[in-house]
Design a binder for this molecule. Sequence first.
Ligand SMILES: Nc1ncnc2c1ncn2[C@@H]1O[C@H](COP(=O)(O)OP(=O)(O)OP(=O)(O)O)[C@@H](O)[C@H]1O
Ligand SMILES: [Mg+2]
Length: 383
Amino acid sequence: MVPSEDAAPQLDVDKILADPGVRIVVCCGAGGVGKTTTAAALALRAAEHHGRRTVVLTIDPARRLAQSLGLTELDNTPRQVKGIDVESSGGELHAMMLDMKRTFDDVVLQHTDPAKAAEIFANPFYQAMSSTFAGTQEYMAMEKLGQLHARGEWDLIVVDTPPSRSALDFLDAPARLSRFLDGRMLRLLLAPARSGGRSMFSLVTASFGMFSKVVQKVLGAQLLTDLSGFVAALDSMFGGFRQRAEQTYRILQARETAFVLVAAPEPDAVREAAYFAGRLREENMPLAGLVLNRVHRPAVPELDAERSRAAAERLTELGGHEATADVLRAHAALARQAVREQQVAARFTEAFPAVPAVSVTAQPADVHDVDGLRTIGAAISRP
Ligand SMILES: Nc1ncnc2c1ncn2[C@@H]1O[C@H](COP(=O)(O)OP(=O)(O)OP(=O)(O)O)[C@@H](O)[C@H]1O
Ligand SMILES: [Mg+2]
């Protein structure tokens, strides 16, 4: 049986974007499903249609998309997007790309005096961690969200989340990192190291999943000196790190936040979305709904795959109708895919029947300009 597409309530994105009580929209989901695209499309729509002064925090956007938003370099501050249609709405769109190293540096600068900050910046352990540590990107995305929110300049902040393997990393990594930055943890790690560097090396690499060449190099001979220096220098800031992560966590639980889950109609992405939805429920974080992105819809949904394929076969038997038969076969393939996708999506809807959802059709080409974002924004709003 084909699951009904409207089994879930319809997600009304315009209602969310127009609501002055909603100040933060977080787009999350598995890797590659369309988080960055959705975040940019929602932000553009909030500015153009709902007159909101909006900022979108993008993470690793594709180069062409970044360019079309006027983001030519990683400068870590929002830039106003020009050439969009905000004359009648009075809204504004600002965009930025997260620079995790600069964000980390800023946090250090804010929490310590310049001499100590310089000492920290020069430390190879800090250098490696601030640019390659697993979880730093998630932590810094939260940090940046906290900063943007604290400035109170925006009606709406739309947050893209990092291309993590697991969507849950966005929620978990900051806590993991702030635990790591906690002095006790580092001191514990340092203890066995004093009696032999090797154990320290394997312990750190194993515990924190450090893998890059840079980190490997850094964790070589200089490790102990660097790490001790790092601990000493960061000592004054431990409380600060944890406190800020907790503060942002509380913002994410507030009514002013709306989580938008993005999933592709594929088993892994939908499973990931379901885990995430479950987790948000546990954490009391407000889930607005699911965007099922890149779904396939045949032009004539009424013509099912079986009939289409049978007609193609018949035409082939008759001879002389190959082009028509090919079209029918292509239609049959698309219709089959659409049914499969609906079945996959139904797994989410069955588990979370009350979560509103909306489907966005796969576009014929990548979405990399403002027009493309408008199309996606319209599709999310008017399926
Ligand atoms: N509905 C759509 N139709 C066609 N192409 C799409 C659609 N949505 C997204 N894309 C394209 O898919 C690619 C991945 O999208 P995007 O970068 O938004 O995903 P992401 O979830 O942010 O990925 P990552 O996890 O790597 O950050 C991009 O090239 C984008 O243009
Ligand atoms: Mg992305």
